[in-house]
Design a binder for this molecule. Structure first.
Ligand code: NI
Length: 240
């Protein structure tokens, strides 16, 4: 063993001795995904953590796939262990309000409270604060954008929907998801729809067979250099 390595080990040993036990498990460090080089896609799951989040996390783990969860604060509070597991297993967690109101139809103080309560709940459950906001129903206006900016978050919509909440059918969800799948796409799904969770092993296998790497939204939007309050993808008719 070289002297350099042994002194590094000595330092590591001291750190291990002195460092308090981490309250939250760290996601294993991996080289960051470069979506310029690989064919990326981001599956996103809204309104959860849903009842079936545990099964979904098992599937994602089995196929070494990452996803993004736009969480609803009220369920973060009732199912915190799923949120902790999402972060520990390298998934991204985003803010999807506390109780899912249409942000364009409520008062500004209420929008702020919805976002803040969810930030706090996710932080309490997982140790991290969301960096992305997905407004409920994808509904936003300039006022919502200003408030997102106050929280330092861009708003993330989607490029394609699985329509899982509508069909609630395993075959239809798989068909629709593969239909809207595209390079750097952001796909909308829900982990409270059991059929989506049931369809996942087959969807993930098919996407990987088509050469996709399943990544987080942040991996995909890295190159966009989004500013707080920005919306991505920019919806038709959106004025800045
Ligand atoms: Ni939603």
């Amino acid at each position: 063993m070289s002297r350099q390595i042994s002194s590094l080990l000595a330092i590591a040993a001291v750190c291990v001795t002195l460092a308090p036990a981490p309250a939250f498990a760290q996601a294993p460090k991996k080289a960051p995904v470069d979506c310029e080089q690989v064919k990326c896609i981001a599956l996103t799951f809204d309104d959860g953590p849903g009842k079936y989040a545990g099964t979904l996390l098992d599937t994602l783990k089995k196929y070494d796939a990452k996803a993004t969860f736009f969480l609803e604060g009220q369920y973060v509070t009732s199912r915190p262990t799923y949120v902790k597991r999402m972060v520990a297993e390298g998934h991204e967690v985003g803010n999807h309000s506390y109780k899912h109101p249409d942000f364009t139809k409520i008062e500004t103080w209420d929008i702020r409270s919805e976002i803040k309560k969810t930030q706090d709940a996710v932080k309490k459950a997982s140790g991290v604060e969301p960096k992305l906001l997905r407004p409920p129903y994808g509904m936003a206006d300039l006022q919502v954008s200003d408030i997102a900016a106050e929280f330092g978050m861009p708003m993330i919509l989607w490029t394609g929907g699985s329509e899982d909440w509508k069909s609630k059918n395993v075959a239809a969800i798989k068909k629709k998801t593969l239909e809207v799948a595209k390079r750097d796409g952001i796909i909308l799904m829900h982990d409270w729809v059991k059929q989506s969770v049931d369809a996942m092993p087959s969807i993930v296998k098919s996407l990987q067979k088509k050469g996709y790497t399943l990544v987080t939204v942040s991996d995909i939007v890295k190159r966009e250099e989004l500013e707080p309050g920005d919306i991505f993808p920019v919806p038709a008719g959106w004025e800045n």
